[in-house]
Design a protein around this ligand. Structure first.
Ligand code: SUG
Length: 447
């Protein structure tokens, strides 16, 4: 049977804006208050999806969420019509209001953790939406994320969905951004690598001093239990607290893996040698494991954070060779682009580099890898999922037209208060649920 990895990219929502909401995420803070282009952002994302489809990969679309989130504002005590709720919140609690306007669900690497059927005890693909407790604006995502994932992966014969972990910092879970699966082939049992920032119940362990560690070991262990993974095929690694303090707020800003390749920076982890030895042992000898370590002398952590060298997608092309999907920021930096060119000439499976412009997302700290959620699957599992979310020529054209029809070209902080934006967003999302045949996944569709 044929197995492969599919990527589901977040479609950027109509309220994409720069609000400086993510302490610890250098780009988010440094672009705060800049005006954004939701239309350009959505189109940049669609172009990357189409490019991966054209490279021969299975590519899907994950729908955005409804923003501004007036339901949360009502929970927080704002009353009246939707327009009044928005106006009062913007005036009385501007920071809260900005948070409920964020289009952050676009970074679907944080949507969930997914374990493919080859790894799970019951032979199903398991999904756990991430609770994203560390940032208020992101903690609003998991319920709708769960509904959208269930509308895409409906068949209970193949797909098992879990509720997100308890909403508390002790179980802070940032999803697949801190999870990598290594395997000799997509259909074979793999090793699932969970990376965490801190221990929730042990204060003797190291933690960052400046920026938050969003994800806990205990959250990783809970997801591994829920998914029915065997201890012999799981490795937990702590992220180096010093790199979190340098702006590495998720592990996918400093490491990325695919099949038998782990590409990471020398400073990414705590106890690196010991942990990689465990990984090598659990990976076994079915294939050569390529551990590609980037030294400080080649690329500094600062350069990696600026250029998102590691927030790249390492993908396997239909001919078996691997390609790196990198942002143009990596191409524009001479040291980083020279590194990538040289990497393709080495004796590793990575043979190509492709650069894409996702600047609208990058300015909020989201590179190519943040925009995608990976699901390793078989042809049979692919047939069981909602076919309307899969990218092809026709969906690409339809979604571009949909963006042109509904999205603003420019959005500033002041525009978020316009009650018309909520109506535009709802009209757009209602139409999108018909295009993608998701059913009623949004709260406004249930009112
Ligand atoms: O959670 N930025 C996101 C970026 C997520 C990137 N994802 C991965 N690395 N996988 C975050 O920090 C900024 C929103 C704002 O400031 O307007 C934001 O939420």
């Amino acid at each position: 049977m044929k197995f492969f990895e599919a990527n589901f990219d977040g479609l950027v929502g109509p309220t994409h804006n720069y609000a400086g909401l993510s302490i610890g995420n250098v780009a988010s803070l440094s672009n705060a208050k800049n005006s954004s282009s939701p239309r350009q952002a959505a189109k940049q994302g669609l172009s990357k999806m189409k490019a991966l489809h054209d490279l021969g990969l299975v590519q899907g679309v994950l729908a955005p969420q409804e923003r501004p989130d007036v339901y949360t504002l009502r929970r927080l005590g704002f009353t009246g019509t939707d327009a009044q709720v928005i106006e009062k919140a913007a005036k009385q609690a501007p920071a809260v209001f900005k948070a409920v306007c964020s289009a952050s669900s676009m970074w679907t690497a944080n949507a969930a953790t997914i374990s493919p059927s080859a790894d799970t005890a019951d032979g199903k693909i398991h999904f756990t939406p991430a609770n994203l407790t560390n940032k208020f604006h992101r903690s609003l995502e998991p319920v709708t994320t769960g509904k959208i994932l269930q509308a895409m992966f409906r068949d209970p014969k193949h797909f098992a969905h879990h509720t997100h972990l308890p909403d508390n910092d002790h179980f802070g879970d940032e999803g697949a951004a801190n999870h990598t699966r290594l395997c000799s082939a997509y259909g074979k049992q793999g090793v699932e690598l969970f990376v965490f920032g801190r221990y929730a119940f042990d204060s003797s362990k190291p933690i960052p001093k400046r920026y938050p560690a969003r994800h806990t070991l205990e959250a990783c262990e809970a997801v591994a239990r829920l998914h029915g993974l065997s201890d012999e095929h799981v490795v937990y690694i702590q992220q180096n607290p010093d790199v979190i303090d340098q702006g590495v707020f998720h592990n996918d800003v400093i490491a990325v893996g695919n099949q038998n390749v782990l590409f990471y920076h020398q400073q990414a982890f705590v106890d690196t040698q010991h942990k990689l030895a465990e990984l090598q042992r659990k990976f076994g000898n079915d294939a050569e494991l390529h551990l590609i370590e980037v030294k400080d002398s080649e690329v500094t952590v600062e350069q990696a954070v600026k250029t998102y060298l590691f927030n790249t997608q390492v993908i396997t092309l239909p001919n078996g060779e691997m390609a790196i999907i990198a942002p143009t920021e990596s191409q524009d930096n001479p040291a980083v682009s020279a590194y990538l060119t040289e990497l393709t000439q080495r004796n590793t499976p990575i043979k190509h580099v492709h650069y894409y412009d996702v600047k609208q997302s990058m300015q909020n700290g989201g590179g190519p890898a943040c925009l995608r959620l990976r699901v390793a699957m078989s042809e049979g599992e692919k047939q069981a999922l909602n076919q309307h979310v899969l990218m092809n020529e026709s969906l690409f054209a339809t979604l571009n037209q949909w963006v042109d029809k509904h999205y603003r070209d420019q959005l500033s902080e002041a525009d978020l208060v316009d009650p018309q934006l909520l109506l535009e967003s709802r009209t757009a999302l209602d139409e999108l649920t018909q295009i993608l045949q998701l059913g009623s996944v949004y709260q406004f569709q249930q009112d």
